[in-house]
Design a protein around this ligand. Structure first.
Ligand SMILES: Cc1ncc(COP(=O)(O)O)c(C=O)c1O
Length: 378
């Protein structure tokens, strides 16, 4: 009874784990949730206040589908200052979360039969969106440091899109400039569009973030996506944005205008405040994430795992092949230790040896989790 297009894709694996974990929690078990891609901090007060002021002002009506002009202007300024990307207002689309930008823009770019290159592992939603567009995902395994391989061997005359995500979910890897330059050269030589999902841009520790959209010759072939969920702990607000060549933004806008219409009115006003006001709350959050990352990595190392320190985002992608593989370990941790993590198989066909551990949880919970992991699988 359902469409073949939707039968091609599965529900989100990360949300499925969250559901199972909450069922076990309802049985009265003390579940430690290390499976979520969401900061556990509250949204900074000045952003909440801005939304409340907006509501009081009466910003409760439809807005332009592409977003309110003031937020589009703030986003253009942000792209210029932070990313070295210069775009005009018709190139920007404000969306209901970065996830919606990913969805509409992939539908805007890909046709039936096209190919899109995805690095393995990759965030779960890209593959689903590619399939929904009727296109094919070509998986390119990353190297042992989760850096991009030579993508040339994966390019065919059907390749239309390369998707990158640095800092990345699920690995926390931050791509060095030389890798991005190689991808840029390949895209230019083969006339391929690049989608760069930069939602973890600000959650970065010792490395520098580079936007491939700022590289020479890339302005007219890069879609840059970002959002408020991670940097400003605004997951529930549903606010994101993208910049792309005007024809791509226009096509994505068509789909947005016939689906959600636009991002929520007063949330867009709060977004201006988030981008244009003091950024110290972001720095404070990143300092705490760094401390948690160190606790988690040191803990896993002391248990005996070979665990690299990720340079960004808030995930550790851990090889558990010696303990039975990602699916078995994730299930054992949930059923025996009441710890929810995500099996690596959710993120790509070559990632089944791994689990993703999110350290968007308090230090105490991470210490507790280390004790339970030691007792269960070490
Ligand atoms: C890589 C990546 N891109 C996009 C998103 C979606 O973010 P948003 O909450 O803005 O839709 C996520 C959320 O987990 C993510 O990990």
């Amino acid at each position: 009874m359902t469409s073949t297009r939707l039968n091609r894709i599965q529900g989100s694996a990360t949300l499925a784990i969250a559901k199972l974990a909450s069922e076990i929690a309802r049985e009265g078990k003390d579940v430690i949730t290390l499976s979520l891609g969401e900061p556990d901090f509250t949204t900074p007060k000045h952003i909440c206040k801005s939304a409340m002021q907006s509501l009081r002002r009466g910003d409760t009506h439809y807005t332009p589908s592409a977003g309110i002009p003031e937020l589009i202007e703030a986003v253009a300024k942000k792209f210029h200052t932070d990313n070295g990307i210069d775009v005009t207002s018709d190139q920007i689309l404000i969306t209901a979360g970065a996830k919606q930008a990913v969805f509409v823009v992939i539908q805007a770019v890909l046709d039936e039969g096209d190919e899109a290159i995805l690095l393995d592992p990759a965030w779960v939603t890209y593959d689903a969106c590619i399939k929904y567009a009727g296109a094919r995902t070509v998986w390119a395994p990353t190297d042992r440091d989760f850096m991009p391989p030579d993508l040339g061997e994966h390019v065919t005359d059907k390749t239309k899109l390369i998707i990158i995500n640095s800092p990345g979910n699920p690995t926390g890897a931050v791509f060095d400039r030389k890798y991005l330059e190689e991808i840029a050269d390949l895209a230019i030589d083969n006339d391929i569009t690049v989608l760069s999902d930069e939602i973890y841009e600000k959650i970065i520790y010792d490395k520098t973030h580079f936007s491939i959209g700022s590289f020479d010759g890339m302005h007219d072939r890069v879609i840059t996506i970002n959002g408020f969920s991670k940097s400003y702990a605004m997951t529930g607000w549903r606010l994101g944005y993208m910049a792309a060549p005007a024809d791509i933004t226009g096509a994505a806008l068509k789909l947005q205008s016939h689906s959600v219409s636009h991002a929520t009115s007063f949330v867009q006003h709060a977004g201006i405040t988030a981008l244009c006001s003091d950024q110290s709350s972001v720095d404070e959050m990143v300092t705490e994430f760094r401390a948690r990352r160190d606790i988690l990595v040191d803990g896993l190392t002391s248990i005996g795992f070979n665990c690299r320190k990720p340079d960004g985002a808030f995930y550790v992608f851990l090889n558990v092949s010696e303990c039975g593989g990602g699916d078995a370990v994730a299930e054992r941790l949930l059923r025996e230790a009441y710890i929810a993590v995500t099996p690596g198989s959710a993120f790509g066909p070559g990632s089944a040896d791994y689990i993703r551990i999110s350290y968007a949880a308090s230090r105490e919970r991470i210490y507790d989790a280390m004790d339970r992991i030691r007792d269960t699988i070490a």
